[in-house]
Design a binder for this molecule. Structure first.
Ligand code: CP3
Length: 354
């Protein structure tokens, strides 16, 4: 089929890239770099093409998605592209009434809080997201040897938005369900694992060379609760895409105490925020996994010599690792100077050239 063919073409073109080599823990010509949220409001060219188009609408326009995804690759010379979308796109695609409010984030019209609500979370099929297949086909053709990272929100982080009805600091309703009705919670995250696994498969079939599961807010949990109430669902997502053999990255914020478990869930690469140095993170994750991270994004607001000194600290902590992908500890912020990001990419490349 066409999708299987584009999948194979994209895979062979990108196979020897520094990014995929680092994911596989093979020797690299330089440490690969990409940034979470590298596409978006920090770039004037993004603001220009997004003018007058709502965030969710933009995610369903393949030509626009292709242009926005390519913008940071052109400008910063990063080693990988990340598919421009949002974690709530698959939920919208199966008919959940939601919106992304500027400056707020995803808002759900009718939150999921009871067993009856679960029926609204139906399976996702490739026909629900034709724009994803189309955009990824266009993108892999344009990207050539640069890998494309597909992504999805992890069951816990998606559940938090669905149960709370929007962004939340303390996840109180989510935790109330998790502790108060463990069976409903388990069924909810299992449903989300099915949807997420199916959504990642669509992206890989269309040509994505790697996938990242964003469990952005799971750092709110203690390890025992993560193991009992979240790990089985996230592991189900990783298992669903395992047969493709593409690297699987697992990331969350504030997950210092969970790093070992994030690997155990089935990741090949564990994303680390800035709170744990990479050599210590490697001890917590254990052997056989690459690490991604972990410059504090706020460092980018300091003058260049300070950025370089803090970057050197990250590279020094990563020196003994088998596979390191340089990234920020969380996403690019809209107010960041794009030139500082471009300089950072070239600094890492130059410092790690072998
Ligand atoms: O370049 C990339 O990294 C790809 C783009 C991307 C977006 N969302 C685009 C976006 C990715 C990977 C995401 C994932 C995402 N969405 C996460 C996980 C990543 C993380 O940062 O932890 C989360 C938690 C969301 C939910 C979400 N969507 C938030 C918190 C926001 C920001 C709200 C705001 O306005 O500050 C969004 C909206 C969103 N997603 C924007 C972009 C570029 C901003 C909206 C816009 O540009 O109009």
């Amino acid at each position: 089929t066409t999708t299987a063919a584009s999948h194979d073409t994209a895979r062979s073109a990108t196979h020897d890239s520094a990014f995929l080599k680092a994911c596989r823990r093979e020797p690299v010509p330089h440490t690969p770099v990409w940034f979470m949220r590298q596409a978006g409001r920090s770039l004037p060219e993004y603001l220009k093409v997004r003018e007058g188009i709502a965030m969710l609408d933009s995610c369903m326009m393949p030509e626009l998605v292709t242009e926005i995804t390519l913008q940071p690759v052109r400008r910063h010379k990063v080693d990988a592209a990340i598919y421009f979308s949002d974690i709530v796109v698959p939920l919208k695609a199966i008919g959940i009434d939601l919106d992304i409010k500027p400056g707020v984030g995803p808002v759900i019209a009718e939150p999921i809080r009871t067993r009856a609500d679960l029926a609204r979370l139906r399976d996702l099929t490739p026909e629900d997201v034709p724009y994803v297949t189309e955009a990824i086909g266009m993108l892999t053709a344009e990207l050539g040897a640069t890998p494309l990272i597909g992504f999805a929100g992890a069951p816990f982080t998606l559940a938090s938005y669905l149960v709370e009805g929007g962004p939340s600091r303390s996840h109180e309703r989510t935790k109330a369900m998790m502790y108060g009705d463990p069976q409903l919670w388990a069924d909810l995250v299992d449903r989300l694992a099915e949807i997420t696994g199916a959504f990642l498969k669509v992206q890989i079939e269309a040509g994505a060379s790697a996938v990242q599961l964003f469990d952005s807010w799971v750092g709110a949990l203690a390890p025992a609760d993560y193991r009992r109430s979240v790990l089985p669902a996230s592991a189900k997502v990783f298992d669903a895409v395992a047969p493709y053999g593409v690297p699987r990255i697992h990331f969350g914020v504030g997950t210092g105490e969970l790093l070992g478990l994030l690997g155990e869930a089935g990741a090949d690469v564990v994303g680390v925020d800035w709170r744990v140095p990479l050599d210590e993170a490697a001890r917590r994750v254990g052997p056989g996994k690459a690490l991604q991270g972990n410059l504090d994004p706020a460092v980018l607001f300091a003058p260049t010599p300070a950025v370089e000194a803090k970057t050197r600290e990250v590279l020094d902590a990563a020196a003994g690792l088998e596979g390191h992908i340089f990234n920020l500890g969380h996403g690019v912020m809209p107010s960041m100077d794009p030139d500082a990001l471009t300089r950072l990419v070239s600094y890492v490349h130059e410092q790690t050239a072998r």
